[in-house]
Design a binder for this molecule. Structure first.
Ligand code: KG4
Ligand code: ZN
Length: 336
């Protein structure tokens, strides 16, 4: 089955064509980074307008890149949530309209399910069940994944997502938007001068809290005005965030007895996090899986893949126009 995937949940326009027989045929990504940079964060209305401008031309050129014809497309998958409502609406309208025009089924994809399944586009893929650490700009969760749609949340953040904490701390340290990659770069020049607490690791459970770490960063900045090295603060923040994630992953693995760990979402692009989790894998005899670097952050390929699985299972929401800013991942229907 040849499926068109559309991602517009935030500030990236992603389009891809995935074929269940041949794999990923083509994908394109347009980042609105420069549009939002001067505002220090995503401006929802500007994001929606830009998705509208980019989406259809990108569908055309992705079809060309894949060497297929539009009439060969057998299904359309679009991100329906969670995300920015206006931005989601653009993908939902275009996706539903194309499906209607082509007379093919459409499916509303859950953005986090797409992140979680992005790893299935790699050569070596995990088998169910696995533990998933989902670390993005909007979410931080540990889940036991027993199949597509069969998700048990083991723990999640009570306040900021880890990506959000990277972004906010980066802003406080005077770095640009988006903050994650620039904070990682700065941290790589720093050293272990300060030690920040590892939130919620001193009590049992798998929930997270990351909002306090940015306060630690502000306090260190104030206390060391002029003579402190900002890179050391970036290092301390990243180190505490990563150690916290590692401790909770170890607990989740021990609690479930599952020996595969999948890491997904924007923060899974972080090299220091990958190093820490690879060390955990060695310690605990685990296998750990990551999406390729380009598919850690938002993209159309993961949406095309997740949608293809659901369309192949017979789902069809053609005509049932939907976009949801909030959407619980454990409310999804499991596929046999
Ligand atoms: O998955 P994603 O593209 O969007 C959401 O679904 O939220 O994740 C974006 C988040 C941002 O907060 C960004 O700062 C963070 O992922 N991120 C990183 C890195 N690359 C992206 N955080 C830490 N280190 C990175 N290298
Ligand atoms: Zn995302």
């Amino acid at each position: 089955m040849l499926v068109l995937g559309i991602e517009t949940s935030c500030d990236e326009t992603g389009v891809a064509l995935y074929d269940s027989q041949k794999g990923l045929l083509a994908h394109q990504l347009y980042s609105q980074e420069s549009l939002h940079a001067r505002f220090g964060g995503v401006v929802p209305e500007l994001a929606s307008r830009d998705h509208i401008r980019k989406l259809l031309p990108m569908v055309d050129s992705t079809v060309k890149d894949a060497g297929v014809r539009a009439r060969d497309i057998e299904g359309v998958a679009y991100t329906a949530g969670p995300g920015l409502f206006g931005a989601l609406l653009t993908g939902a309208s275009v996706g539903q309209s194309l499906a209607l025009a082509w007379g093919v089924p459409a499916t509303a994809v859950h953005h986090l399910e797409a992140h979680l399944l992005a790893v299935m586009l790699e050569e070596e893929t995990p088998v169910f069940p696995f533990v998933a650490l989902l670390v993005s700009g909007g979410h931080t969760m540990l889940m036991q994944v027993s199949g597509v749609g069969d998700y048990r949340i083991l723990g999640q953040t009570l306040d900021d997502a880890v990506g959000e904490a990277f972004d906010k701390t980066a802003k406080l340290l005077g770095l640009g938007y988006p903050g994650g990659p620039s904070l990682e770069r700065l941290a790589s020049q720093g050293s272990a001068t300060f030690e920040f607490p590892k939130p919620m690791t001193d009590r049992p459970g798998l929930d997270f809290s990351f909002s306090g770490l940015k306060t630690c960063a502000v306090n260190s900045l104030e206390a060391n005005k002029g003579d402190g090295d900002v890179a050391d603060i970036a290092y301390a923040f990243q180190d505490a965030a990563i150690k916290t994630l590692k401790i909770k992953c170890r607990r989740a693995i021990q609690q479930t007895g599952v020996k595969s760990l999948v890491v997904a979402g924007g923060v899974s692009a972080n090299q220091a996090l990958r190093k820490a989790l690879n060390d955990l894998a060695t310690d605990e005899g685990l296998k750990v899986y990551y999406p390729r670097f380009d598919f850690c952050t938002d993209n159309g390929a993961m949406v095309a893949y997740a949608g293809c699985i659901r369309l192949l299972a017979g789902e069809n929401q053609s005509g049932a126009f939907s976009a949801r800013a909030r959407w619980a991942i454990d409310s999804l229907v499991a596929i046999d």
